[in-house]
Design a protein around this ligand. Structure first.
Ligand code: PLP
Length: 433
């Protein structure tokens, strides 16, 4: 096992994913390629769904935050696994619609929905809008009145939690483009506006405190603040908030120094504090919504590349260049996110080589990682970067006119193409000449 249960090494010394030989996948489908173990995604969905129901009650619903990895088939998987989804753009909504995802289980996010987004989402019958701001509330209310319908909404609230200092820091997340802060009074103001707005049904509140969080404490702090706010709304407006969306953000193991999180146990712990806070504040337990993205899909995925040059600069460092890079995985360039990599065709050899893995763009910052431990690499080797299922394909670009890799789903020893590789034709298909 390498980092996660579905990643192993076979008798030929090749890395396998879900029992499938990655070197054979590279031969058959070419590189770079994203490979996802469908079984892992389904299992993670079930873990969330079962734990949410068991600990929060039968009406609890986990949503797949689909910005983490978006293509038609993944919405079909999410629907089959009984998930809701969170979409953040017209493009995600359109993809979900193409997949036949039930519209009433869609939550529509975003801090700047356009009039067209609002109209398209209402045409689709999107169940719930997560309203970010007053302008959106007014636009949505006007559109609902025009259509003579009532739109169900949650309001996005900023609890003021910095998940990485483990404390409620009232000034921390208040400075955000998202949502309405409780401490400034803006959250209560927008609640009152929503309650008064025609065509709007205020079903509940939403908060999302961040991502890649391994501790329960910041979630407990956020829940505490949100439940006290629900009690304040009850006292001030005589209105009981029925639904609380606690967002996503549970952490994923990228390196062997990262902990392996037990998501069911995390949900159990969060549910236990939420129940306590509700009792302490004299409010009924709301329906709870969870919104995981990364923790459903990240570990399921790997990216396969072919090694090109191996450049050793004396007294400096070793550069291993691969046939992908920041266009298929911009996360190191954007956030210095760290990954585990290995030579897939010699996965059983010791990792006694240290390298910077570079892409092939005309950009010095086009790196997949620095100081990475590898087996001794040579041209033609298959390099695997692990745990790339989240925020890789969904963030991919065509920088340097590089076509996006395909997305392959592996299940029961068989690989199928979920998104085909882009062609040069695709790249020029929208150019007018
Ligand atoms: C990104 C995001 C999520 C998912 O976060 P993960 O860290 O991927 O679990 C959930 N809710 C909202 C509003 C988000 O923006």
């Amino acid at each position: 096992m390498i980092l996660h249960e579905h990643l192993n090494v076979n008798e030929q010394g090749h890395l396998t994913i879900g029992g499938v030989d990655t070197v054979e996948l590279a031969r058959e489908f070419g590189t770079p390629a994203y490979i996802l173990d469908e079984t892992v995604i389904r299992k993670n969905c079930r873990t969330y769904r079962d734990a949410a129901r068991r600990y929060f009650g039968e009406d609890a619903l986990p949503l797949y935050a689909s910005k983490a990895l978006c293509f038609t088939e993944i919405y079909r998987l999410a629907a089959e696994e009984g998930m809701g989804i969170d979409c953040v753009s017209g493009g995600e909504l359109y993809t979900a619609k193409k997949a036949g995802f039930p519209a009433e289980r869609i939550y529509f996010h975003g801090n700047n929905k356009t009039d067209r987004d609002i109209a398209d989402a209402m045409d689709m019958g999107v169940g719930t809008f997560v309203v970010d701001n007053r302008e959106e509330l007014a636009a949505l209310s006007a559109e609902a009145v025009r259509r003579n319908v009532t739109q169900r909404i949650l309001l996005r609230i900023t609890p003021g939690i910095d998940p990485h200092t483990h404390r409620a820091v009232v000034t921390g997340n208040v400075d955000s483009k998202f949502g309405n802060a409780i401490v400034t009074g803006q959250a209560m103001a927008i609640v009152k506006e929503a309650l008064a707005a025609p065509g709007i049904h205020l079903a509940g509140l939403h908060c999302h405190i961040g991502s890649q969080i391994f501790d329960i404490e910041p979630f407990a702090d956020a829940a505490d603040i949100m439940i006290r706010f629900i009690a304040a709304i009850k006292a001030e407006c005589g209105y009981e908030i029925g639904e609380l969306n606690l967002g996503g953000g549970l952490g994923v193991r990228y390196l062997d120094t990262d902990p392996a999180m037990d998501y069911a146990d995390a949900i159990r712990q969060i549910a236990s504090v939420v129940t306590g806070f509700c009792q302490a504040n004299g409010i009924a337990m709301p329906r709870v919504i969870l919104e995981p993205g990364r923790s459903l899909v990240a570990a399921a995925g790997i990216t396969l590349y072919t090694v090109g040059s191996v450049k050793e600069i004396p007294n400096f460092r070793n550069y291993v260049s691969v046939d992908g890079g920041m266009p298929d995985n911009p996360r190191y360039a954007l956030y210095q996110s760290r990954y585990t990599a290995l030579i897939a065709n010699r996965a059983d050899a010791p990792k006694n080589y240290r390298a910077t893995i570079a892409g092939r763009c005309c950009e010095s910052g086009d790196l997949l990682g620095e100081n990475m431990e590898l087996q001794i690499p040579k041209r033609g080797d298959i390099l695997a970067v692990l745990v790339t299922g989240a925020y890789n394909y969904s963030m991919a670009s065509n920088y340097n006119r590089i076509p996006r890799p395909p997305v392959l789903l592996v299940k029961d020893g068989i690989a199928r193409v979920a998104v085909r590789r882009e062609t040069y034709e695709d790249l020029t298909a929208r150019d007018i000449f």
